[in-house]
Write a protein that binds this ligand. Structure first.
Ligand SMILES: Nc1ncnc2c1ncn2[C@@H]1O[C@H](COP(=O)(O)OP(=O)(O)OP(=O)(O)O)[C@@H](O)[C@H]1O
Length: 559
């Protein structure tokens, strides 16, 4: 087997910031003039994260249309409102109640969860519809057979999943949203949910720039805000949510529908091929990608005049002037200037953060220090291969390992992903390839097949490096070390890629492949950036590789 010597520690090259240039943007004032509600209700859950700006003073009491009580939609009692029939257009995923790794709660659990929603019986929570993702396999066992549960992790004051409040009720959400949350198996808010939601829901609305580690529940924080801000008697678009890729937009839409299933929300996709030119985008919540929303605006296929909330997930990526920044600015220009702007990401490199502050002026900020960015449960390895060909050989050799759970293999270029897919297939191994060169329906099929566990290995590019949440992914391979548009090591993309595993307290493994001095230096630069060790796995013996990595994949303790 080929030997190599990239591990002789050379001096790591410094990682320059992958910054977006700061440019000016149209200013949006925060607050769009809702009347304030009773102060003081949030007192039980004061934010403790370093937050710039004021603390919230106001409760989102009447978050339905004016005159609707907090337990009813459009005058109907909460429990008699039918599950939403959101506008369905192309790109939608069929619900898959039997996804691997997702368990239904036992009856007793459902009773306990349902009883948390004041005044609702178990029956009213539609037990049959409850899908729970409470405890995945890799959350529970450490090498010492000590069971570590989500409850343990959420009780650890230092963990990103911890919150000072023990229930979602303390966040004063609408009962029908509480039903949606508990139906998804959530029991207790994570730190970002506890801290962001009071700020996001306060009136008058204030902009937000929110940061929290990957897999810690940012989506629920902004989706609950979206569903809380809608005036349900008005069918026009009121919320626009943008994501950098169609796969992520589709996933966010799944969460909107699942969390909002007891509300009468209507939704609409703004992703490529989901609608025809001339077809109006109708729905209270629009979720899409910036290019498609821009096109719909240009063609006057979307009425943005009533939009009061503009959310950008993976905001640092969406504001990056090398990428989607231009399109995001144009969408923002079509939205009423008083709309609340909400930006979320796990990473905000300094230059982007400065720019974000002009994009979302006077925003409340929840930030992380660099040393807090890494997800504790993800064990990081590297393998130093002799050359490109050897990388491929090693990958084929460890294929069995890739299928212990599910794994994602990231490549820098589409053609490399295609070649690798072909090589694994030639070797008799099943895998899927997904990149932006595929047609939209091919992309949808690939991610759905992977999400539903029909195939266990996904080879891809950075197109799904961010946001994709598939709990049973326990291994991420960086077949190529991620580089930015100027070919410098890209720590942010690295963090997002490896964050596809280790979701919400689960454990995971990442393996980086190096094949020459340069790729070794790039990997080392990323290691230095985060100050977390990336441990060498020798490539000289396949049994040895299997032994080390299998032990890591199977037995990692959660912390
Ligand atoms: N309070 C909660 N209790 C239990 N599970 C939760 C809770 N909040 C979120 N989750 C689950 O945790 C997982 C990760 O959440 P989410 O995708 O929102 O992470 P994220 O912070 O947006 O990550 P990324 O930065 O990678 O986009 C999801 O499967 C979600 O359903």
């Amino acid at each position: 087997m080929a030997q190599n010597g990239w591990s002789a520690p050379p001096k790591p090259s410094p990682v320059p910031p992958t910054a977006a240039a700061a440019t000016s943007s149209s200013k949006a004032a925060s607050g769009w003039g809702q009347s304030p509600a009773a102060p003081g209700t949030w007192a039980a859950a004061p934010p403790t994260t370093p937050i710039a700006g004021t603390t919230p003073t106001v409760v989102p009491s009447g978050w339905g249309p004016p005159g609707v009580t907090s337990s009813s939609w459009n005058g109907k009692p909460a429990s008699t409102v039918p599950a939403s029939a959101p506008v369905q257009n192309n790109g939608a995923r069929m619900p898959s109640p039997t996804r691997p790794g997702v368990q239904r709660p036992a009856d007793a659990e459902v009773t306990a969860l349902a009883s948390k929603v004041d005044g609702l019986s178990t029956e009213e929570t539609e037990v049959e519809d409850l899908v729970i993702a409470k405890k995945a396999d890799n959350l529970v066992e450490s090498a010492q057979d000590v069971e570590v549960t989500l409850a343990d992790l959420q009780a650890d004051a230092d963990a990103p999943l911890y919150s000072g409040i023990s229930t979602f009720e303390a966040l004063h959400l609408h009962p029908d949203l509480l039903k949606g949350i508990y139906g998804m198996g959530f029991q207790r808010p994570s730190k970002i949910q506890e801290r962001a939601l009071p700020l996001l829901l306060a009136n008058p609305p204030k902009n937000m720039i929110g940061q929290s580690q990957s897999g810690t529940g940012k989506t629920a924080a902004f989706v609950l805000t979206m569903l809380s801000r809608i005036t349900y008697t008005d069918p026009r678009p009121q919320v626009v949510c943008l994501a950098p890729a169609r796969e992520l937009a589709r996933q966010i839409m799944d969460v909107v529908k699942e969390m909002g299933k007891y509300t009468p929300v209507t939704t609409c996709f703004a992703i490529k091929d989901a609608f025809k030119r001339g077809q109006k985008l109708e729905g209270q919540v629009i979720v899409g990608t910036p290019g498609t929303v821009m096109t719909a605006m240009k063609n006057r296929d979307i009425d943005l005049s009533q939009v009061k909330l503009f959310v950008m997930d993976e905001a640092d990526n969406m504001l990056d002037q090398q990428g989607l920044g231009d399109q995001s600015i144009r969408v923002k220009k079509g939205i009423p200037p008083k709309a609340q702007i909400v930006l979320f990401s796990a990473t905000f490199p300094p230059a982007v953060r400065d720019y974000a502050a002009t994009f979302a002026p006077d925003a409340n900020m929840i930030s992380l220090r660099r040393e807090e960015l890494s997800v504790e449960g993800i064990k990081q390895f590297y393998m130093d291969c002799a050359n490109e060909q050897h990388k491929q050989e090693v990958l084929c050799a460890i294929y069995g390992l890739l299928t212990i759970g599910q794994s994602i293999i990231f490549c820098r270029k589409r053609n490399v992903a295609d070649q690798l897919g072909a090589a694994l297939t030639r070797d008799g191994h099943e895998c899927l390839v997904l990149h932006a060169g595929l047609d939209p329906d091919e992309r949808d099929k690939a991610i759905d097949d992977f999400r539903d566990g029909r195939c266990k290995v996904l080879i891809t590019t950075n197109v799904i490096a961010r946001g994709i949440d598939i709990l049973q992914v326990n291994l991420v391979v960086n077949y190529d070390i991620p580089l930015d548009s100027q070919n410098r090591p890209d720590p942010e993309t690295y963090l997002h890629r490896i964050g596809r595993t280790g979701r919400f307290g689960r454990t995971g493994v990442s393996i980086n492949f190096c094949h020459d001095q340069q790729s070794y230096n790039e990997m080392k630069a990323i290691e230095t950036h985060f100050g977390r060790p990336i441990v060498r796995v020798p490539t000289s013996s396949y049994p040895e590789i299997e032994k080390i990595l299998k032990a890591a994949v199977k037995n990692l303790p959660p912390k």
